[in-house]
Design a protein around this ligand. Structure first.
Ligand SMILES: Cc1cc2nc3c(=O)[nH]c(=O)nc-3n(C[C@H](O)[C@H](O)[C@H](O)COP(=O)(O)OP(=O)(O)OC[C@H]3O[C@@H](n4cnc5c(N)ncnc54)[C@H](O)[C@@H]3O)c2cc1C
Length: 398
């Protein structure tokens, strides 16, 4: 093991939240090191397709956005965190644009879609590779900074010292005044244990949450895992793929074996997923050629123009598997997707342990027990920035 190296801020994780935190801490004057389990590119954030929410519509406001989050969470979210999330959404978008993200535009404004649980059109997109565009821009900003990157250096242990923290990340021992945990959720591991499909990357295994809990950090809603209503069910190369929710925003509807609509396709995620489970368990679903349960997602209702602008990647992938979603309905079934709960944080993303911050999927409260789509990337950006700035501030004051 190498001798300890010393930094102001140690960030764990290289998804959108970790990169946001690292860039923000470095710009606030801190000496920053970021450790990731695999390569810097490997994370859930880069897989996000659908988009990111922010109230830009003329009929919309941060307050309306907050109300939709509150209702979709079934009144379980932390209202203070929700207000921060929605109030800072427009500035988070502008900051991403400054870093080079080009959101899809039309008629002089953003192309906005209405996602499940939303009362307004509020979802900004970069085609259907929004997460890829955001993480690429953030990684470039990170690489242009003075921050140090340690790839293939998983956090193995963390202990409190008299002055700050000591962490072991792979072969590195790091002393840091403050820590930002941005290691994502655990749905890959959970799905493996349940024998189910998941949309998540293999690094989503949750051990960093466990380390924080063992140190005494508080958590909330850890049992509330989210199914993405529309996992790909067929063809085999699309099993576990998260069909972008924007398919439904642009007109696709869910149909049972009788080709009847059985639910509001734009209801909150938990309601849509449950409706599919119920329909199948009551014998009105269909089977994939390899015997898996499914229902139809009638994507033929999406206008070709909308699909070409907002769903090109999804179309390419299905067509590569021999199915054209604009000509025939596709088969879908819910897949394990997102950890709604996580470590308790305050508005600066500090956990219940001083000097230990958490942002992104590893944190809880912002979505309560049921997240709306498009609010996770937003949470990474808003609370990643807050965590980075606050961690830098506390480190410098130490
Ligand atoms: C397929 C898919 C589509 C999605 N679509 C959308 C969407 O359209 N809109 C939206 O808002 N959200 C979407 N989401 C959800 C959203 O992308 C994620 O919840 C969010 O990006 C999580 O970001 P994060 O930074 O918290 O974690 P991640 O992006 O998962 O990053 C976690 C990082 O921590 C690292 N890590 C893990 N364990 C350790 C360890 N022990 N030591 C060091 N590093 C570790 C990982 O390697 C990784 O670098 C989607 C998710 C998936 C999987």
């Amino acid at each position: 093991m190498a001798a300890p190296s010393s930094f102001d801020v140690l960030v764990i994780g290289s998804g959108a939240s970790g990169l946001e935190a690292a860039v923000s801490a470095e710009r606030a004057g801190a000496r920053v090191v970021l450790a990731a389990k695999g390569s810097l590119q490997s994370c859930n954030s880069a897989k996000a397709q659908g988009g990111i929410q922010a109230a830009f519509g003329e009929d919309d406001s941060p307050e309306q956005h907050a109300e939709d989050v509150w209702n979709s969470s079934h009144e379980t979210a932390d209202r203070q965190l929700v207000e921060v999330l929605t109030a800072e959404a427009p500035s988070a978008i502008h900051w991403l644009e400054e870093l080079g993200v080009e959101f899809t535009r039309e008629n002089g404004g953003y192309r906005l879609a209405r996602c499940g649980g939303a009362s307004r059109k509020r979802l900004l997109q970069v085609g259907d590779r929004t997460g890829h565009a955001i993480t690429k821009a953030l990684r470039e900003a990170f690489e242009a900074s003075t921050a140090t990157a340690l790839a293939k250096s998983p956090l193995r242990s963390l202990e409190r010292r008299e002055q700050g923290w000591r962490a072991v990340c792979g072969d590195h021992v790091i002393d840091a005044a403050t820590i930002v945990l941005a290691a994502g959720g655990r749905c890959f591991k959970e799905a493996e244990e349940r024998g189910e499909l998941s949309t998540n990357h293999p690094g989503a295994t949750g051990e960093v949450t466990q380390i924080a809990l063992e140190l005494g950090a508080e958590a909330r809603d850890l049992d509330a895992l989210q199914y993405h209503p529309n996992g790909g069910a067929w063809p085999p190369n699309m099993q576990g793929y998260s069909i972008p929710e924007t398919t439904r925003a642009y007109g696709a509807v869910l149909l049972n074996a009788e080709r009847e609509e059985f639910t509001d396709s734009l209801a909150p995620r938990d309601i849509v997923s449950q409706a599919i489970f119920d329909e199948v368990s009551q014998g009105r679903g269909v089977e994939t050629p390899d015997g898996r349960p499914a229902v139809y997602l009638d994507t033929t209702r999406i206008a070709e123009h909308d699909a070409e602008i907002s769903l090109p990647y999804m179309l390419r992938r299905y067509r590569g598997g021999g199915i054209d979603p604009l000509r025939e309905p596709i088969l879908t079934y819910p897949v394990l997707h997102y950890q709604n709960g996580g470590l308790v944080i305050d508005a600066d993303a500090e956990t219940t342990l001083e000097g230990l911050y958490a942002c992104g999927e590893i944190a809880g409260g912002t979505h309560g027990r049921n997240r709306m789509m498009g609010n996770s990337l937003l949470e990474c950006c808003v609370f990643g920035r807050r965590a980075g700035r606050a961690a830098a501030g506390k480190a410098k004051a130490a």
